[in-house]
Design a protein around this ligand. Structure first.
Ligand code: N2P
Length: 370
């Protein structure tokens, strides 16, 4: 039914760079013959590099690691059909789009012993029944990060999307810099929440209203960045407020932490109108030539110490129950990372919007083009 913009590269699409393939697994061996290399494509700053180095050392597999800035970037790369990627990390709604386009291989979680470490609440998600294609990797929420100490936020934290969309509100700090995520579903969702609509609206009039809201706010924004905004814009004080993913904001907090003051420079708020909750997943492209090695790597990512190391580095919550005992208590108890019930109640998932994705694409073109 739904389709993410144009024909798929599809399962049959050939990889241009012929990656070293796996040796065939022999029937009488329960040892997987690992490929010499594995190509992993993840969100920016979304893993502890030591985790990659440890895997390389333990198993003699060289990891080729690359990053993307949004689900749509990832989809575009995959649809080009020539990526050669073996492990990718799409979010919930994008898993649905990719399954429908035939872009994902089946993964067989029964063959992954560490899948048992995943919390029941994260198994069998609506976007991938039975975890037929993916295992949950990390999750988080999308809100607003703001510079502590700026007078514009002295009386109250930015507790509304008005801080991103109302020019009269932004007037107080726009000159000091505002960034929004360069991500079409995320930015449209923020505008839709502010207008009181569903973040998954498929109604053309509502989507046009969101586009218009964004276009009238756009002159107040300095940048569209979802890739390195926390390091290049926030931590370096190039801006004072950003549409932000929770773990990225937490990284900016800890990277600017001042022992004497007992706090970092960047705080995080979840707007009262509602905000996005997401889960990112480890999946294998259908055209991967190294699917057994990819399964082996995904199983490794679910080892308790490995999952904990990733969360301890990225500040995104882990769906891995067995990892909890290895996660820093400061992270587990941080409401900006693991939302308390009253915050969780405001969060909504993005879902696949079917053919309305073409309206989103049209709105996004207008937003980025003007
Ligand atoms: C990490 C990006 C978080 C993933 N820099 C958002 N789905």
């Amino acid at each position: 039914v739904a389709c993410g913009g144009g024909p798929a590269g599809g399962p049959g699409a050939a990889a241009t760079e012929a990656p070293a393939a796996e040796s065939p697994v022999t029937e009488d061996s329960d040892e997987v013959q690992l490929a010499p290399e594995l190509s992993v494509y993840n969100w920016a700053d979304y893993i502890d590099e030591q985790v990659l180095a440890d895997y390389e050392e333990r198993y003699g597999v060289r990891i080729i690691y690359d990053t993307f800035a949004s689900n749509e970037d990832l989809l575009t790369k995959l649809q080009a059909g020539a990526s050669g990627y073996d492990v990718i990390f799409p979010s919930d709604y994008m898993v649905v789009q990719m399954i429908e386009l035939g872009l994902l291989a089946e993964i067989d979680v029964d063959s992954m012993p560490n899948f048992a470490n995943i919390n029941e609440a994260f198994k069998n998600p609506p976007y991938d029944p039975g975890n037929a294609h993916c295992t949950p990797y990390q999750w988080g929420m999308t809100g607003i990060s703001y510079r502590r100490g700026n007078p514009a936020f002295a009386d109250s934290p930015p507790d509304s999307w008005a801080y991103l969309f109302d020019p009269a509100v932004m007037e107080k700090y726009a000159a000091e810099g505002i960034n929004v995520l360069n991500d079409q579903r995320e930015l449209m969702a923020a505008a839709l929440f502010y207008l009181g609509y569903s973040p998954n609206s498929t109604d053309r009039a509502e989507l046009e209203a969101a586009r218009d809201l964004i276009l009238q706010a756009k002159p107040s924004w300095k940048t569209f960045n979802s890739e390195d905004y926390y390091s290049t814009l926030m931590e370096s004080d190039e801006i004072v407020l950003s549409h932000a993913w929770s773990g990225d904001a937490a990284q900016a907090f800890w990277n600017t932490y001042d022992e004497a003051e007992g706090t970092g420079n960047w705080l995080f708020s979840v707007p009262k109108e509602g905000a996005v909750r997401f889960a990112d997943n480890a999946c294998i492209p259908a055209n991967s030539k190294r699917q057994e090695t990819a399964r082996h790597f995904i199983n490794y990512l679910m080892e308790p110490e490995v999952a904990a190391a990733i969360t301890n580095f990225t500040f995104y919550p882990s769906p891995n129950e067995a990892a909890k005992e290895f996660i820093d208590p400061e992270i587990l108890n941080n409401p900006g990372i693991y939302p308390p019930p009253e915050v969780a109640a405001k969060l909504e998932w993005l879902v696949d919007v079917g053919d309305a994705i073409f309206i989103y694409d049209e709105m996004w073109t207008a937003i980025k083009g003007q």
